[in-house]
Every structure is written in structure tokens, then in C-alpha cells.
Design a protein around this ligand. Structure first.
Ligand code: MRU
Length: 377
């Protein structure tokens, strides 16, 4: 079950309302999410008392972004265990809530393994539940640490590739503190550049159809006092042509063993533009996003989303009918093609920045060097 708490004023910074938190209430533990579908208009918290509410929140993108999905998945298992639900069922439902971001299943697996190991050892599911929660908390902390290290490595790389300073960076989708235990992935690099006085401009793609760039990245950039400009996704070409982009920084939902990168739909066209205009295309992602079990880009499952997200603006799904609730912008009955992600081949990626360092050039051999640091590898 999910409940809603509207508890923030307009002037509250996002850092004061964490994207996710665990709370112990007298009636039992809950997982509290900042509902990202309501931003930037209002900061509303969504309170999940069971895994099925979390599965729904993941599907509606109330909680989203690869690293945060991993953290949410782990807490979801801990919640099911703590409330005495079937942990296996909850883990399966959570891992299947969205297919592309590998972090989700990594997080679910970690918490479930902790639960099973401790329950088997102690014979006490309550101790297993505590172990699952400890695993979720650890993943949450590790993600914050990874975020800080990615920011360092990423800014050093930008400085090396663009020695003149005054970086003008284009980004797509949302990759900041709303998707992370820390300050995010690609956005964290831009933020580090801003703090060091070396970010001249952050170009923010609006990111159709669900406007994660306009609603969330612009929100985070504004709250951090960054110099940013919002553009429609299809304005990026003319921006490159005008020589206004020094580098592209994006996150990733899954990186296959050959270095193919699945990220928010619209990333691949940016990579093609970047190559044509001789601009570095840099992917920033924690090692939890690298999936050495997926051999190549063609093997990555790309989530297909409902058509109403394209045929309507500001659409969400009505609870009972499943219909869109937005403003129609296409004739009734129009078919829509709505993949949530696309896949960029490794040859278009200048570098992948992880907390373990920079992989460049992006090759299967270089990524295999992360083996042992990648979950499940
Ligand atoms: O559909 P979303 O909003 O979950 O997509 C998110 C993205 O594509 C992000 O760029 C990706 O998860 C990397 S976040 C660090």
C-alpha cells in the first residue's frame, strides 16, 4: 500500500527531501519516496508499506534512474522481509518491475542473498530481515561514495579533454541526486565542474516524452545555482552545429560486456551528433550498471512504455482503467512507438567513467578489467 505525504514547501532544497528513505513507524517500517512524477511543482512523499506499492511506484517513475532503482529494489526486499511477506515473490516482482536498468536486479539480489544467508544461519527470518536492511543501507552508502569518486574522475577527464576550461556540457535525462544515494552520475560531474568554477553552461535536453530533463535536471541545476539552459531534444543538432557543445555527459541504465550503453531514449542520436562534430561523448555510471553477463547491445532488453506517454502531454496512468490522464496532442487512436531507452554502440563512446576509474577506449577487454568489482561477475 502507498500513502502520500505532502510535506515540503516550495523553497525546500532537494537535498532536504531525500529521494528515498527508510523509516520505522510504530505500525511497522515504511519506505518513503520523493514522488518524482510531481516535481518540480511540489515535493510530495509517497509512503510504501509493501513491495507491491514500490513496484507500482517504479512503474510510474515515481522512483527512477538506474542507481536509485538498485537502492529501491534492495530496500523493497528488506521491507517485504520486515513485514513478513514472501520474500521470494517480492524479489521477483521488484526485479521485474522495469527490465532495462540492471541495477534494479543487482540491488534486489544483494538484499535477498543477505536475507537468505542470515535466515539460514540463524533460523530466524527476523534476523534475515535485519540483514536485508543492512545490505540495502550498505548499497545506499556505497552509491553515495561511488558518486563522489565518479565526479572526481569525470571532472579530471573533462579537464584533460578540454584543457581550455569553461566547459559547455550537454546532458540528457536526469542523473543527479534524485537518482542516487549521493549527487548522481553525469550530473555529479557537471556539479563538480560548477563548484570548481569550470562549468560554463549545462545544456539540458528536455527529454521527451516524460521530460526528466525539464522537470528534474533543470530543477536540480537551478537548486544548485548552475548556469543552465533547457532545450528541446531536437534542438541539440543546431547547438552542436553552432559549436556550442564541448562535451556530452550522460548516465547509463545498462552497459553490456562489449561496451554498448543503454540509456534514456535520445542518447544514441546525441552520440552520433557528437561523433560528427568531434565532441567527446562521455558515459558516467557506477560499476553496478556494468553487466558482463549481457554480451552486447542487441541483448539488452529495452523497455517499451505505453503509447499515451507520447500521444498525451503530462500523462500518467489512471489507476483502474490504465488509460492516460494527460492532455491529448494526437488524434484519438494514434499508435505510438515509445521505447524508454536506446543503445549506443561502444565505438561512439569516448569514455566510460566509473568509481573505479575511466575506461577509454571502450572495449570488451577494458571492461573485463572491472571483473571482480562488478556485482555477479
Ligand atoms: O526512465 P528513467 O527516467 O528511469 O531513465 C533514467 C535514465 O535514463 C538515466 O539517464 C539513467 O538511469 C542513468 S541515471 C544515473
Amino acid at each position: 500500500m502507498a500513502d502520500q505525504h505532502a510535506q515540503s514547501g516550495e523553497d525546500k532544497r532537494p537535498s532536504e527531501t531525500p529521494a528515498i528513505r527508510w523509516e520505522e513507524l510504530p505500525e511497522g517500517p515504511v519506505l518513503v519516496l520523493l514522488d518524482q512524477t510531481r516535481l518540480p511543482a511540489e515535493e510530495v512523499e509517497l509512503v510504501c508499506t509493501d513491495a507491491s506499492a514500490l513496484v507500482e511506484a517504479i512503474g510510474s517513475l515515481a522512483v527512477r534512474g538506474a542507481p536509485l532503482l538498485g537502492i529501491a529494489g534492495a530496500y523493497g526486499v528488506a521491507l517485504a522481509a520486515a513485514r513478513g511477506f514472501d520474500v521470494e515473490d517480492a524479489a521477483n516482482a521488484l526485479a521485474g518491475a522495469r527490465p532495462t536498468a540492471v541495477n534494479l536486479s543487482v540491488g534486489v539480489r544483494r538484499a535477498k542473498a543477505a536475507y537468505e544467508e542470515e535466515t539460514a544461519k540463524s533460523g530466524d527470518p527476523a534476523q534475515g530481515a535485519r540483514a536485508a536492511l543492512a545490505a540495502a543501507r550498505q548499497l545506499h552508502r556505497e552509491d553515495a561514495e561511488a558518486s563522489a569518486r565518479m565526479a572526481e574522475h569525470g571532472l579530471a577527464l573533462l579537464d584533460e579533454l578540454l584543457p581550455g576550461g569553461g566547459h559547455r556540457v550537454l546532458t540528457h535525462c536526469n542523473t543527479g541526486s534524485l537518482v542516487s544515494g549521493g549527487e548522481g552520475t553525469a550530473f555529479a560531474v557537471a556539479l563538480a565542474g560548477h563548484r570548481a568554477g569550470r562549468l560554463r553552461r549545462l545544456w539540458v535536453d528536455e527529454t521527451r516524452p516524460l521530460l526528466q530533463g525539464a522537470r528534474l535536471t533543470a530543477y536540480e541545476a537551478a537548486r544548485n545555482g548552475m548556469a543552465y539552459t533547457l532545450l528541446t531534444d531536437n534542438a541539440a543538432g543546431s547547438l552542436f552545429a553552432a559549436g556550442e557543445v564541448d562535451a556530452v555527459l550522460i548516465g547509463a541504465d545498462r552497459i553490456a560486456a562489449d561496451g554498448s550503453v543503454a540509456n534514456k531514449v535520445g542518447s544514441y542520436p546525441l552520440a552520433v551528433l557528437a561523433r560528427y562534430h568531434h565532441v567527446p561523448f562521455i558515459v558516467v555510471a557506477p560499476v553496478t550498471t556494468v553487466d558482463l553477463e549481457t554480451p552486447d547491445g542487441a541483448s539488452i532488453e529495452v523497455e517499451q512504455r505505453p503509447g499515451f506517454e507520447v500521444t498525451e502531454v503530462m500523462a500518467s496512468q489512471a489507476p483502474v482503467t490504465g488509460a492516460g490522464t494527460g492532455t491529448p496532442v494526437a488524434p484519438l487512436g494514434t499508435q505510438a512507438y515509445n521505447p524508454a531507452f536506446d543503445v549506443t554502440p561502444p565505438e561512439l563512446v569516448t569514455a566510460i567513467v566509473t568509481e573505479e576509474g575511466v575506461v577509454s577506449p571502450v572495449t570488451a577487454d577494458a571492461l573485463a578489467g572491472l571483473r571482480g568489482k562488478v556485482a555477479g561477475a
